[in-house]
Design a protein around this ligand. Structure first.
Ligand code: SF4
Ligand code: SF4
Length: 447
């Protein structure tokens, strides 16, 4: 059966087993993978100003980023953060193709950095893996199967715990680990489900996530152009391919090493393909062959399509300008909202029920004063009202703990005879530590 990648033309799957590969990119990627994994595992332990570096506390609807504390009201900032990350990714893709996929995507990092390494350790190189897969079930095969999948589950469980620590505090997570699951069954179900998804993905689904599920891979043709840095085969130099002994051949000796090491099972010599995740395995594999046959390296290399065709290259081009402008516009809007953000919120809201009451010649409006301390420390706030009505409130000063919020009932009243029409009650709230002032207002209603 002919197939173009690990997915055959009839939709069935051709399991990819990659041959061992060594070289400068393989080594650099492995080091980079370990650095990323260490960062991923350490971030939940790092604290800035006594708060976690990155922590999304779903239970208490608050999040911590690089020493700053945010609550649910600040969630709109996530939109700017995500869109900023998206435009950065667009920009990197337009300049350097699928650098993210091959070097930094968690799918690649954990698959190549951990799970495929375990497989190689237990089952041996590609040739032994193929023999094992074809052999009938016997003691040796069963033992290898159990060891491999046991290690997969252990790592999936470790990754799942680290992932959860971004959403549940480290102290809580450690307490979950020490106590019986029935004491925290919701968190336990989450942990089991995430472990199962990670195990399924890295043990079996693998490159199909990139080929079938990932939307980023599908967007490549729209994000890149002929000047984007990609991994490509120099057909001008390589063709016609032929045996080493063939004197009329180009540089390619048709050894298929580049195909043997490809994690998505494609042949880079067929041109740029959506299935290519930019892992650079084929560069190292081909360079090794070129060294052996005494030819110059770089038959498969990082280059643009224009570069591979010996056409002029353009670094600055319209889409680079466009993505740069969009990136800086996004950054400016994000910075504006970030610096405009107050360290507390104080809003005067209408209390549920009828808008006003008329009693003993007086009009009365009922309100709720909603105050939130958005800082990581205790803070004291004072309130001042202005407007034609007299505002009555239990206290004009309040102290709130970190991210604490309070609703204080208040009412405003005035003589019905003096009421000439709707006007605003103005609330001026002050953070006594920082001197920051927030002003809000609400209409006083009457007949
Ligand atoms: S073609 Fe080369 S760079 Fe692309 S996925 Fe295959 S081995 Fe990696
Ligand atoms: S590894 Fe190089 S020489 Fe061998 S088939 Fe691939 S491109 Fe040709």
């Amino acid at each position: 059966m002919q197939f173009k990648s690990s997915i055959r033309t009839d939709g069935s799957r051709e399991k990819v087993r990659i041959a061992d590969v060594a070289g400068r990119f393989t080594k650099a990627r492995q080091i980079f993978f370990y650095v990323l994994m260490v960062i991923y595992a350490l971030v939940p332990f790092i604290k800035v100003n006594g708060k976690p570096l990155i922590f999304i506390d779903i239970l208490h609807r608050q999040f911590f980023l690089f020493g700053f504390t945010y609550n649910a009201q600040d969630f709109y900032l996530v939109f700017f953060l995500l869109s900023g990350a998206l435009f950065t990714l667009f920009y990197i893709t337009a300049v350097a193709g699928r650098l993210w996929c091959g070097w930094a995507c968690p799918q690649t990092v954990f698959l190549e950095g951990v799970f495929r390494r375990i497989e190689r350790l237990v089952e041996g190189p590609k040739s032994e893996q193929l023999l094992l897969a074809q052999s009938p079930w016997n003691f040796k095969k069963i033992v290898k199967f159990i060891i491999k999948h046991f290690l997969f589950v252990i790592f999936a469980c470790a990754v799942s715990h680290i992932f959860l620590s971004y959403f549940v505090s480290m102290d809580e997570l450690l307490s979950f680990v020490r106590h019986n699951p029935h004491e925290h069954w919701v968190a336990f179900i989450w942990m089991i489900s995430i472990t199962a998804v990670i195990y399924f993905n890295y043990a079996w689904f693998r490159e199909q996530l990139c080929l079938i599920v990932c939307p980023y891979g599908k967007m490549q043709s729209a994000l890149t152009d002929d000047d984007t840095l990609v991994i490509g085969y120099d057909a001008l130099r390589g063709e016609p391919r032929g045996k080493v002994s063939d004197s009329s051949r180009g540089a390619c000796i048709n050894c298929r090493r580049c195909v043997d090491v490809c994690p998505t099972g494609i042949d880079i010599r067929n041109g740029l393909q959506l299935e290519c995740i930019g892992c650079a395995n084929c560069i190292d594999a081909c360079d090794e062959i070129m060294d052996k046959v005494g030819q110059a390296r770089g038959l498969v290399r990082y280059d643009s399509l224009n570069g591979l065709l010996k056409k002029p290259r353009h670094i600055l081009r319209p889409r680079i300008y466009l993505y740069t402008v969009l990136f800086f516009v996004g950054l400016a809007v994000f910075s504006f909202f970030l610096f405009k953000r107050h360290t507390f919120e104080a809003n005067i809201l209408r209390a549920p029920g009828i808008p006003y009451v008329l009693t003993e010649g007086k009009i009365r409006n009922q309100y709720l004063l909603h105050v939130i301390n958005k800082t990581a420390e205790k803070a004291k706030f004072t309130f001042k009202f202005s407007g034609e009505a007299n505002v009555i409130i239990p206290f004009l000063e309040i102290e709130l703990g970190s991210l604490e919020e309070k609703r204080i009932p208040a009412f405003a009243e005035m003589d019905a005879k003096k009421f000439k029409g709707q006007f605003n009650i103005i609330l001026t709230s002050t953070n006594t530590q920082t001197g920051e002032v927030v002003v809000s207002q609400i209409p006083f209603l009457g007949p």
